[in-house]
Design a protein around this ligand. Sequence first.
Ligand code: HDE
Length: 700
Amino acid sequence: MPAKKNKKPTRTSGAPRERTGEGGELHQLAGADGPVLTTAHGAPVQDDNNSLRAGTRGPTLLSDHALREKIFHFDHERIPERVVHARGYGAHGVFENYASLSDLTRASIFATAGKKTETFVRFSTVAGNLGSADLARDVRGFATKFYTDEGNWDLVGNNIPVFFIQDAVKFPDLVHAVKEEPDRGFPQAQSAHDTFWDFASLMPESTHMTLWQMSDRTIPRSLRMMQGFGVHTFRFVDAAGKSTFVKFHWKPLLGVQSVVWNEAVKINGADPDFHRRDLFDAITAGDFPQWELGVQVFDDAFADAFEFDVLDATKLIPEEVLPVRPIGLMTLNRVVDNVFAEIEQVAFMTQNVPPGIDFSNDPLLQGRNFSYLDTQLKRLGSTNFSQLPVNAPRCPVAHFQRDGHMQMSTQPGRAAYEPNSFSGSDRGPREAGLDGHVPFPEEVGGETGRVRSPSFADHFSQARQFWLSQTPVEQDHIVLAYVFELGKVERPAIRARMVANLRTVDEQLASRVAAGLRMPLPEAAEPASPVVELEPSPALSLLANAVETFEGRKLGLLVGDGATAAAVKRLTRGVAKAGGVVEVVALAVGGATLSDGSTLEAKQAVAGAPSVLYDAVAVVAGPDGGAALADDPAARDFLTDAFTHFKVIGLGGDTDALVDAAGLAGKLDDACLPVGTPAQATAFVDRLAGPRQWERDLTA
Ligand code: HDE
């Protein structure tokens, strides 16, 4: 190609130049009003589009240090993802304390009414890798860092109050069982496979947690609509050194809500970022999610009298037995500026507690306190990870820890040890004595041994209590979830062992799951400790405690050409007044032409916005628009799915053809409402606040 070879280069850089001005002179796009591009060491970069070459078509020169630096940095961009909880999203917030808790704890965060403390929260799934989908059926992490004025307090909890295992030593086994199977690398972000249920079926202590896991709690509608739990029993310690046991609870003001499984499966395809997008959108719209922090506090006498060991993380204390006392409000009010710097690099550690908060001897918690430091060093690569902005305490920090990789702090002073006889700025800090974190002086004793306390032996009674505390709809969902998950298990013996455990929980539960799997009902598993009949705890039901509101929820409004402009306006206003959001969907993203000739722009085309992305839907169209929707497969699915997912449906104008084409003629029920007139729109919006139409007959 000699012709090309001899062509003279016309310019040295590529894209970011444009021809401006009469004289045709070249200007860099950024140069005038933005910063100049530099290397990491600050040298201005001449050209970021063409590497340094010998001749126009010759080899790249090793002397191009800007190229070398850029690619060197790029090659090192990734850090190890979290071993568990890799997929997560977070935001900044503030915690406001309701009243002084000085009778319970000396923690300064709870010292006075109205005291505000900055927070950072990271929500996560457990099993999936960083790039997995948000709506995997999984436990959600709910980790909060409180930047208190006496050091960071990390409350690293989950959206479920109990856990799979009692002793930290089993955690690696649990995680290996639930993660992708190592010989094949799948399934991703799923517990629905042999190794997980093999482990669960062999570990009766996990039975209680699997009931929670199979409930709709593990497919939350939104991170904003999840409870959070500290899980373990902790201690509050007051100024006089008196200890009170405490369990922490987060309760979302928007109520707790979940999607249904068929919806979750489809959301993962339609919008794998469903949860992070929802949190980001809400906070950037000024719709700040809030949670009340509550505590169950109890003394030794309560702990001794309670049926189960309060050190056993597979058990909870029912709220009916010990009410949750609200102590403060957290508001998430700021999205991150940079996902990596903040959400990836935030380092939670259960051992981070300020004076006034302490640990119990829960063997799972004790193991965690030991573990979390390791993981931070492995991931963040330096002992100085506490200096990263998201991890740095907001209170003064002074110690004699020195140096290490990536030391950011120019620690002044001559003496880097203690005791020392220097003074002034050379002296450095001194111990706080009794003002510091004084470990609770618990008396301990007994022989050492690898033992499990007999008080941890009852693995089924609370599982049964959970099952019996659910509404019939929730019980149906639990059965379907076990059937789905165990249906993915290839080895019949594992299915049988798991159903045997379920039979020890409840005869009906087990026989329904067995029927769903078309397998004979196995003998009930022999419990290590007899199953005790406990009072049902209505607080454990999601549906029985649903908050009646459309606040924070979304209506998908499918608009066809010819839709009445006034009807669209009324719905939009009504939903906004109810605290919800309307998202307009049309056949094309360019929108629809309304009855008054105006164009209503759509946020999404229906082919990319199935109704699973919305809490409820409405369809409004004129005659032509209605016919066009009826002809469109995605529009038909939009309606069919909304119906199948028990959603409230609004219908305005000419929608009969679509209803027909969606296979719903003659099936519409009380929750399929007309929205044409003002009175109908009001009734529809009122109905949106209510539950899904669970009684809808899908078999008809
Ligand atoms: Fe964790 N856990 N965990 N865990 N955990 C981690 O720490 C671990 C446990 C929880 O958003 C890791 O920074 C052990 C219970 C949350 O960054 C790791 C044991 C509960 C998060 C780790 C447990 C949790 C983690 C991975 C058994 C619920 C995400 C990366 C003794 C109360 C925090 C990291 C975030 C993260 C270890 C048990 C919740 C590997 C050894 C029980 C919410 O250190």
